[in-house]
Design a protein around this ligand. Sequence first.
Ligand code: UN1
Length: 498
Amino acid sequence: MSSGAHTTVLDLNFPVLPAAGNLKVTTPIDGSEIASVQMHTSEEVEQILQRSQSAFEQWRQVPGPIRGELVRRFGNKLREEKESLAQLVTLECGKIIEEGRGEVQEMIDICDFAVGVSRQLYGLTIASERPQHVMHENWHPLGPVGVISAFNFPVAVWAWNAALAWVCGDSVVWKPSEKTPLTALACQRLFEETAADFEHAPDGLSQIVIGNAEQGAQIVEDRRIRLLSATGSCRMGGIVGPQVAKRFGKCLLELGGNNAVIVTPSADLDVALPSIVFGAVGTAGQRCTSTRRVLVHRSLHDEVFNRIKSAFESITPSRIGSPLEASTLVGPLIDEEAWDNMQAAIERIRPEAEEIVGGGRVDRDGCYAEPCLVKLSSQPEALQQETFAPLTYVIPYDTLEEALEIHNAVPQGLSSAIMTTDVREAEFFKQNSDCGIANVNIGTSGAEIGGAFGGEKETGGGRESGSDAWKAYMRRQTSTTYYGSDKPALAQGISFDA
Ligand code: UN1
């Protein structure tokens, strides 16, 4: 039942996608079925895990810079295939094509970054308290890494993990969202083509598990998976985290956000507004970094609300539509459940709202929502939850201290931003935001890969992509060597004359 246009994207770019299976894949563009793929059985998952373990045993012996060479070539492959992969991303998860391209660019960027890291897996030399002793901190490959990713960044988040895992000497088993298996299969094919020409890459270095929570659980519970990197809801993290901890595995959790922008009286609103609007409605509000709350100084509450409202109204309905069209700014929600969640959140907030703008459904196949803006007089309990939709609340505050209190009074701690031209306000905000990301005069979404990405509290505490996030993919070892020939001294000055 796939429409002509969709079949063309699939056939032209990735002709070897499996023809039939027990997992239906639909496009949010119009809700039609575009493919079906076969889910792995538990025996197949077991074989994948075995292959991953033996790939790791070989790959860990390959020098870091040579591992980096594979990632360099994979990055180049992505450059060649950027447009077709971007189209597939858009087709499968519904983000606008410009953002689909941005997502593939994010993969290319992390590959470049990881190539550099492959020559910089630095340890430390540590001063020993004992004569003729030297201490080192070494980093060794960790083991097979499991990656569980979400529909909204169907390929970039895997690439953040995989590129670093590969240069760190690890193998990767990836379970993509059951809503986006096609992009994962396409990435797997691109990786296999790259690895086929690279003599040092063992079979099974990167593998995919197609399935749902059942296949996910098998990976989560398997002791061979030394690091489990999971992106998704706080609810999912609350299940996965304890399961991994129970078997003493390592976990990297990248969970929900509830991100706010604070607008102070000194803000330049021409700088602030575009960032707020992109943060609120970009990716149809389906980023973990999307702007959910705008905390505005009371003196600007009406003005900021009205300006965001005008921006939303200029988008609705003409710029809401097929994400494959260049003029579209807001594409579809992923599915009917997302639409229902958005409507339920609007109904929950309705009794408290001073004004609600938008939030209706655009009349076309697929779940196309008008961005919704809600004016509130304070932050109610209902805002403790994240709603994955273009739904933004505008809340007044009186002092910056109060703004930070409101800001931090949610369970999540991913991204935050302040709009100000006052350096004191900016620094006060950075010191007091409890989030992993704290931006000044840019929005909450759209982080570059160079920084460590992730958040605190129920966001899970994990850090991915830039800075020293690579350390999560390796095992740390402290090594003390005595190079003298007399009886060696004991640490802490202990004397022990046997
Ligand atoms: C996510 O939504 O899970 O900072 C990741 C951003 C993107 C990544 C978002 N670079 O918005």
